[in-house]
Design a protein around this ligand. Structure first.
Ligand code: ATP
Ligand code: MG
Length: 495
């Protein structure tokens, strides 16, 4: 029998109406990077929660270094060297890196904290990680990628043996992903076992030794990553044949519907562009380039200091999202948890709230029409849920994102701004979203899409505008799209 660092035997976990994990068995070899892949709602995060002790399985056993457990608790799993890095960071912004790293077990005497020693130890860890970082820096002054590094440093300080990362790169851009993956490679060399969850195929192929495929709570297969083609992997994940190609679309752009002139505010200055009917305009750049800030100003979510927004040739004044909506502009935000949905409300309310008037007759909600709309969205985007009464907070991460999207796809806005529309979305549903976006522009809508995924930006846009540190670096027409051209502008390299 294989000597596993961690083994799961017949793990089952059910929720009302959902079998989140169905007799799952899995072994992790010491020092391997093991990717968990599967569609949204397949059970990946649930499996991680069972390992970390955040939830107890209904049935099954967890075996760590040969010892059997009925369930983990957070304290027990930590004591066994298991650390999880969740998508939502557990860092305190106003404390230093060192203080965050030793949070919970400060170094020092009974009543004193030895800051110097903590800083020294933190510095040693960063040296080992080969990352230039000053332990005195406040966490709030770090970029998302470096906050991620602090989370990992925190795990290293605790002598991590099994490091679990649930979609660690979702908020990162390509070169930040590179920093992270190099670190993962280093940890593997040092003998750490790593569980890696991601929807980004390139990453899975670059980093994992083996991968396990899940579908509807069931374990489907485990492969040596080198031995399975991307095409076959995608098919096993979704259980049907699909291609990863971007759907065909002709450029059929019409008249200008939106013009932005000298738009200036927090995070972006002097932004100028126009958007045509039937067009998808890509907004590229690195994290912090000012893409989201630009979108939020157009949507009235953040104030603009100067500049003009012109809709159908007429200058409009937008001071709030309400003003934007009444001018036919909608924003699908990147941060679904804070801005997109109300987690404590059922799916039904979240999707139909913005269109409640159109599904009501004389003030009474026409439940038949409402249900038809809901069914359509559920099918179009493959939302996985036992019922529309399910609280959005109980859905898997990717399915929450799908609810955000449906909410806005149901609105009749003419200008749609999508900020990272497919973040955390599985490959199958990504295709559906791309097709829906194409359908929207074919129907005469205009779309601005912010994306950090180069493939997506190039695959979907008619034109791309690149921002760098809040300043527009120029525009690229579809026929001149290339990774190099975009990166050059995005990192402000001048030749
Ligand atoms: N607290 C809960 N209450 C009810 N159902 C839940 C709860 N937590 C998870 N589920 C359900 O369990 C299933 C598995 O969810 P899980 O979060 O593990 O999926 P996932 O593979 O991580 O998906 P994603 O890629 O979208 O993050 C989903 O159908 C989800 O709706
Ligand atoms: Mg998940």
């Amino acid at each position: 029998m294989e000597n596993y660092a961690l083994e799961l035997r017949n793990i089952t976990k059910t929720y009302p109406g959902v079998v989140a994990l169905d007799k799952v068995s899995l072994g992790l070899k010491k020092g391997e990077v093991h990717a968990l892949v599967g569609e949204n709602g397949a059970g990946k995060s649930t499996l991680i929660k069972v390992i970390s002790g955040a939830i107890a399985p209904d049935e099954g056993k967890i075996v760590v270094e040969g010892k059997e457990y009925e369930r983990m608790t957070p304290a027990l799993s930590k004591s066994l060297g298991i650390e999880v890095i969740y998508q939502e960071f557990n860092l305190i912004p106003n404390l230093s890196i060192a203080e965050n790293m030793f949070m919970g077990d400060f170094i020092g005497g009974k009543m004193t904290v030895d800051f110097k020693k903590m800083e020294e130890k933190a510095a040693q860890v960063f040296e080992m990680m080969k990352i230039p970082m000053n332990p005195k820096t406040l966490v709030k002054d770090l970029s998302v990628a470096y906050m991620q590094m602090v989370e990992i440093a925190k795990a290293i300080v605790k002598n991590v043996k099994i490091l679990i990362m649930d979609e660690p790169t979702a908020p990162l851009t390509e070169d930040e992903v590179d920093i992270l993956l190099k670190l993962v490679e280093k940890l593997r060399k040092d003998g750490v076992t790593i569980i890696y969850v991601s929807h980004r195929m390139e990453e899975i192929y670059r980093i994992s030794d083996r991968l396990s495929i899940f579908r509807d709570g069931q374990w489907i297969a485990t492969h040596n990553t080198k031995e399975i083609t991307r095409q076959k992997l995608v098919c096993e994940m979704v259980g049907r044949e699909i291609t990863e190609k971007f759907p065909e679309r002709k450029n059929n752009s019409g008249e200008v519907v939106l013009e932005v002139k000298h738009l200036t505010g927090r995070g972006a200055r002097d932004i100028n562009f126009s958007l045509r009917k039937g067009e998808i305009l890509g907004l590229g750049g690195l994290v912090g380039a000012g893409r989201t800030e630009t979108a939020r100003m157009i949507f009235g979510a953040d104030p603009m200091e100067s500049g003009q927004i012109i809709v159908h040739g007429k200058e409009v004044s937008i001071h709030s999202p309400k003003d934007a909506v009444s001018n036919g502009i909608c924003l699908v935000p990147e941060d679904r948890k804070q801005q997109g949905v109300i987690l404590s409300l059922p799916i039904r309310d979240n999707i139909t709230l913005p269109i409640i008037k159109s599904v009501s007759k004389a003030g009474v909600v026409d439940t038949k029409t409402e249900t038809q709309i809901l069914e359509k969205h559920k099918n179009d985007l493959r939302i996985k849920t036992p019922s529309f009464a399910q609280k959005v907070g109980n859905l898997s991460g990717g399915n929450q994102q799908k609810v955000v999207l449906s909410k806005w796809l149901a609105s009749d806005a003419e200008i749609l701004i999508f900020d990272e529309p497919t973040r955390g979305i599985d490959v199958g549903a990504k295709q559906e979203i791309y097709s829906l976006m194409n359908k929207l522009v074919e129907e005469g809508k205009a779309i601005i899409m912010i994306s950090s995924e180069m493939e997506e930006l190039m695959g979907m846009s008619d034109r791309i505008i690149i921002l760098y540190e809040g300043v527009q670096q120029g525009e690229i027409e579809r026929e001149y799209f290339s990774q190099e051209a975009i990166m050059e502008k995005a990192s402000n390299i001048t030749r």
